[in-house]
Design a protein around this ligand. Structure first.
Ligand code: ATP
Length: 219
Protein backbone atom coordinates (compact mmCIF):
# COMPACT_ATOMS: atom_id res chain seq x y z
CA UNK A 1 0.00 0.00 0.00
CA UNK A 2 1.27 3.47 -0.84
CA UNK A 3 2.11 5.71 2.11
CA UNK A 4 1.77 8.93 0.13
CA UNK A 5 0.01 11.61 2.15
CA UNK A 6 -2.00 13.77 -0.24
CA UNK A 7 -1.41 17.51 -0.37
CA UNK A 8 -4.52 19.35 -1.45
CA UNK A 9 -5.08 23.06 -1.98
CA UNK A 10 -8.26 25.07 -2.20
CA UNK A 11 -8.43 28.46 -3.91
CA UNK A 12 -11.90 29.91 -3.64
CA UNK A 13 -13.11 33.12 -5.21
CA UNK A 14 -15.76 34.80 -7.24
CA UNK A 15 -13.78 34.37 -10.46
CA UNK A 16 -15.88 37.08 -12.05
CA UNK A 17 -14.09 36.49 -14.42
CA UNK A 18 -11.06 34.26 -13.84
CA UNK A 19 -7.83 35.97 -14.93
CA UNK A 20 -4.10 35.30 -15.22
CA UNK A 21 -3.52 36.63 -11.68
CA UNK A 22 -5.58 33.67 -10.40
CA UNK A 23 -4.22 31.09 -12.82
CA UNK A 24 -0.54 31.93 -12.62
CA UNK A 25 -0.84 32.04 -8.80
CA UNK A 26 -2.53 28.63 -8.90
CA UNK A 27 0.28 27.08 -10.95
CA UNK A 28 2.96 28.61 -8.74
CA UNK A 29 1.16 27.43 -5.59
CA UNK A 30 0.88 23.94 -7.02
CA UNK A 31 4.65 23.96 -7.46
CA UNK A 32 5.65 25.82 -4.27
CA UNK A 33 3.51 23.62 -2.00
CA UNK A 34 4.15 20.45 -4.07
CA UNK A 35 0.41 19.83 -4.21
CA UNK A 36 -1.27 16.81 -5.71
CA UNK A 37 -4.33 18.89 -6.56
CA UNK A 38 -5.48 22.47 -6.31
CA UNK A 39 -9.26 22.88 -6.29
CA UNK A 40 -10.40 26.21 -7.74
CA UNK A 41 -13.89 26.75 -6.33
CA UNK A 42 -16.21 29.51 -7.52
CA UNK A 43 -18.45 30.97 -4.82
CA UNK A 44 -22.11 31.85 -5.15
CA UNK A 45 -22.86 35.30 -6.52
CA UNK A 46 -21.77 38.17 -4.26
CA UNK A 47 -24.27 40.99 -3.59
CA UNK A 48 -25.07 43.13 -6.63
CA UNK A 49 -22.13 45.15 -7.80
CA UNK A 50 -23.87 47.64 -10.04
CA UNK A 51 -22.32 46.12 -13.14
CA UNK A 52 -23.76 43.71 -15.69
CA UNK A 53 -24.25 40.39 -13.90
CA UNK A 54 -22.90 37.16 -15.23
CA UNK A 55 -24.50 33.95 -13.99
CA UNK A 56 -22.73 31.47 -11.74
CA UNK A 57 -22.83 28.91 -14.54
CA UNK A 58 -21.14 31.37 -16.88
CA UNK A 59 -18.42 32.15 -14.31
CA UNK A 60 -17.91 28.42 -13.93
CA UNK A 61 -17.68 27.92 -17.70
CA UNK A 62 -15.08 30.68 -17.94
CA UNK A 63 -13.07 29.10 -15.12
CA UNK A 64 -13.22 25.72 -16.87
CA UNK A 65 -12.07 27.32 -20.12
CA UNK A 66 -9.27 29.16 -18.30
CA UNK A 67 -7.93 26.04 -16.58
CA UNK A 68 -8.12 23.95 -19.73
CA UNK A 69 -5.73 21.02 -19.37
CA UNK A 70 -3.44 22.61 -16.75
CA UNK A 71 -1.95 19.75 -14.71
CA UNK A 72 -3.11 19.63 -11.08
CA UNK A 73 -5.74 22.36 -11.32
CA UNK A 74 -9.35 21.28 -10.78
CA UNK A 75 -12.43 23.32 -11.66
CA UNK A 76 -14.65 22.42 -8.71
CA UNK A 77 -18.33 23.46 -8.77
CA UNK A 78 -19.32 22.11 -5.32
CA UNK A 79 -20.26 25.51 -3.83
CA UNK A 80 -22.56 26.23 -6.75
CA UNK A 81 -24.33 22.91 -6.23
CA UNK A 82 -24.96 23.70 -2.56
CA UNK A 83 -28.07 25.57 -1.43
CA UNK A 84 -27.81 28.80 0.54
CA UNK A 85 -24.67 30.66 1.64
CA UNK A 86 -21.38 28.94 0.99
CA UNK A 87 -19.02 28.91 3.93
CA UNK A 88 -15.40 27.89 3.47
CA UNK A 89 -15.60 25.72 6.61
CA UNK A 90 -18.30 23.61 4.94
CA UNK A 91 -16.20 23.24 1.80
CA UNK A 92 -13.13 22.31 3.83
CA UNK A 93 -15.16 19.76 5.79
CA UNK A 94 -16.15 18.10 2.52
CA UNK A 95 -12.58 18.07 1.23
CA UNK A 96 -11.35 16.68 4.57
CA UNK A 97 -13.90 13.86 4.38
CA UNK A 98 -12.83 13.07 0.81
CA UNK A 99 -9.06 13.12 1.33
CA UNK A 100 -8.88 11.73 4.89
CA UNK A 101 -7.50 12.81 8.28
CA UNK A 102 -3.84 12.73 7.29
CA UNK A 103 -4.13 14.77 4.09
CA UNK A 104 -2.40 18.14 4.14
CA UNK A 105 -5.23 20.50 3.34
CA UNK A 106 -4.36 24.10 2.50
CA UNK A 107 -6.75 26.99 2.07
CA UNK A 108 -5.15 29.74 -0.01
CA UNK A 109 -6.26 33.35 -0.08
CA UNK A 110 -4.80 36.59 -1.40
CA UNK A 111 -3.74 39.28 1.04
CA UNK A 112 -6.80 41.44 0.25
CA UNK A 113 -9.16 38.59 1.18
CA UNK A 114 -7.03 37.77 4.24
CA UNK A 115 -7.60 41.28 5.63
CA UNK A 116 -11.31 40.43 5.90
CA UNK A 117 -10.83 36.98 7.43
CA UNK A 118 -12.08 37.89 10.91
CA UNK A 119 -15.45 38.76 9.33
CA UNK A 120 -15.81 35.24 7.90
CA UNK A 121 -18.05 32.55 9.36
CA UNK A 122 -16.15 30.78 12.22
CA UNK A 123 -12.62 31.79 11.18
CA UNK A 124 -10.91 29.87 14.02
CA UNK A 125 -12.59 26.66 12.88
CA UNK A 126 -10.80 26.92 9.54
CA UNK A 127 -7.59 25.97 11.31
CA UNK A 128 -9.06 22.74 12.68
CA UNK A 129 -9.63 21.68 9.09
CA UNK A 130 -6.81 23.21 7.06
CA UNK A 131 -3.68 25.30 6.94
CA UNK A 132 -3.96 28.88 5.76
CA UNK A 133 -1.55 30.17 3.13
CA UNK A 134 -1.76 33.86 2.31
CA UNK A 135 -0.27 35.07 -0.95
CA UNK A 136 1.01 38.57 -1.46
CA UNK A 137 -0.89 40.72 -3.94
CA UNK A 138 0.52 43.89 -5.50
CA UNK A 139 -1.00 47.02 -3.98
CA UNK A 140 -1.91 45.42 -0.66
CA UNK A 141 0.62 45.91 2.14
CA UNK A 142 -1.52 47.16 5.02
CA UNK A 143 -0.38 46.13 8.49
CA UNK A 144 -2.50 43.40 10.08
CA UNK A 145 -5.26 44.60 12.42
CA UNK A 146 -4.86 43.35 16.02
CA UNK A 147 -7.79 40.89 15.80
CA UNK A 148 -6.29 39.25 12.73
CA UNK A 149 -2.83 39.15 14.29
CA UNK A 150 -4.35 37.38 17.30
CA UNK A 151 -5.96 34.77 15.06
CA UNK A 152 -2.79 33.83 13.19
CA UNK A 153 0.31 34.68 15.25
CA UNK A 154 0.49 31.48 17.28
CA UNK A 155 -0.04 29.43 14.13
CA UNK A 156 2.67 31.02 11.99
CA UNK A 157 5.39 28.88 10.42
CA UNK A 158 8.17 30.09 8.14
CA UNK A 159 8.50 27.33 5.57
CA UNK A 160 6.44 24.96 3.46
CA UNK A 161 8.31 22.07 5.03
CA UNK A 162 7.15 23.01 8.53
CA UNK A 163 3.61 23.62 7.32
CA UNK A 164 3.43 20.16 5.79
CA UNK A 165 4.48 18.39 8.99
CA UNK A 166 0.87 18.47 10.19
CA UNK A 167 -2.51 18.02 8.44
CA UNK A 168 -3.89 21.47 9.43
CA UNK A 169 -3.58 24.41 11.83
CA UNK A 170 -0.64 26.35 10.38
CA UNK A 171 -0.34 29.78 8.81
CA UNK A 172 2.22 30.76 6.18
CA UNK A 173 2.63 33.83 4.01
CA UNK A 174 4.10 33.29 0.56
CA UNK A 175 5.37 35.69 -2.05
CA UNK A 176 4.98 33.83 -5.32
CA UNK A 177 7.46 34.62 -8.13
CA UNK A 178 5.06 36.26 -10.62
CA UNK A 179 3.17 38.91 -8.73
CA UNK A 180 0.47 40.19 -11.05
CA UNK A 181 -1.47 43.38 -10.49
CA UNK A 182 -4.56 42.04 -12.25
CA UNK A 183 -8.02 42.13 -10.68
CA UNK A 184 -11.42 41.02 -11.94
CA UNK A 185 -12.74 44.50 -11.09
CA UNK A 186 -10.24 46.05 -13.51
CA UNK A 187 -11.23 43.55 -16.22
CA UNK A 188 -14.97 44.17 -15.72
CA UNK A 189 -14.39 47.93 -15.90
CA UNK A 190 -12.44 47.63 -19.14
CA UNK A 191 -15.04 45.33 -20.73
CA UNK A 192 -17.85 47.64 -19.72
CA UNK A 193 -16.00 50.52 -21.34
CA UNK A 194 -15.39 48.46 -24.50
CA UNK A 195 -11.60 48.38 -23.94
CA UNK A 196 -9.13 45.56 -24.58
CA UNK A 197 -8.49 42.88 -21.97
CA UNK A 198 -5.96 40.98 -24.08
CA UNK A 199 -3.18 39.25 -22.09
CA UNK A 200 -4.99 39.84 -18.78
CA UNK A 201 -6.84 36.55 -19.09
CA UNK A 202 -6.38 33.34 -21.09
CA UNK A 203 -7.34 33.52 -24.75
CA UNK A 204 -10.21 30.98 -24.50
CA UNK A 205 -11.70 33.06 -21.66
CA UNK A 206 -11.41 36.26 -23.70
CA UNK A 207 -13.00 34.50 -26.68
CA UNK A 208 -15.92 33.18 -24.61
CA UNK A 209 -16.52 36.62 -23.08
CA UNK A 210 -16.59 38.12 -26.55
CA UNK A 211 -18.72 35.36 -28.03
CA UNK A 212 -21.43 35.63 -25.35
CA UNK A 213 -21.11 39.41 -24.92
CA UNK A 214 -20.43 39.09 -21.18
CA UNK A 215 -19.68 42.05 -18.89
CA UNK A 216 -20.47 44.43 -21.70
CA UNK A 217 -22.44 47.55 -21.16
CA UNK A 218 -26.03 47.26 -22.34
CA UNK A 219 -28.44 50.14 -22.76
P1 ATP B 1 -12.62 41.39 -7.68
O1 ATP B 1 -11.75 42.43 -8.33
O2 ATP B 1 -13.94 41.16 -8.37
O3 ATP B 1 -12.76 41.58 -6.19
P2 ATP B 1 -10.43 39.45 -7.69
O4 ATP B 1 -9.63 39.73 -8.90
O5 ATP B 1 -9.90 39.89 -6.35
O6 ATP B 1 -11.92 39.97 -7.89
P3 ATP B 1 -11.48 36.97 -6.62
O7 ATP B 1 -12.26 35.97 -7.40
O8 ATP B 1 -12.17 37.77 -5.61
O9 ATP B 1 -10.72 37.90 -7.70
O10 ATP B 1 -10.17 36.28 -6.02
C1 ATP B 1 -10.11 34.95 -5.57
C2 ATP B 1 -8.84 34.78 -4.76
O11 ATP B 1 -7.68 35.02 -5.58
C3 ATP B 1 -8.75 35.78 -3.58
O12 ATP B 1 -8.16 35.11 -2.48
C4 ATP B 1 -7.82 36.86 -4.13
O13 ATP B 1 -7.11 37.49 -3.11
C5 ATP B 1 -6.88 36.06 -5.04
N1 ATP B 1 -6.38 36.85 -6.15
C6 ATP B 1 -7.11 37.51 -7.07
N2 ATP B 1 -6.31 38.13 -7.96
C7 ATP B 1 -5.04 37.87 -7.59
C8 ATP B 1 -3.75 38.25 -8.11
N3 ATP B 1 -3.64 39.05 -9.17
N4 ATP B 1 -2.66 37.79 -7.45
C9 ATP B 1 -2.79 37.01 -6.36
N5 ATP B 1 -3.96 36.62 -5.83
C10 ATP B 1 -5.09 37.04 -6.42
Amino acid sequence: MSSHVPRVGMLGGTFDPVHLGHLRSAVELYEALALDQLHMIPAQQPPLRGQPQVSAQQRLALLRAGIGETPGLICDDRELRREGPSYSVDTLMELRAEYGDQARLVMVIGFDAFLKLTQWHQPERLFTLAHLVVIARPGYNDPLPASLMELVETRAVDSVEKLMQRPCGGYLTLELPSLMAISATYIRERLEAGKSVRYLLPEPVEQAIEHYGLYQHRE
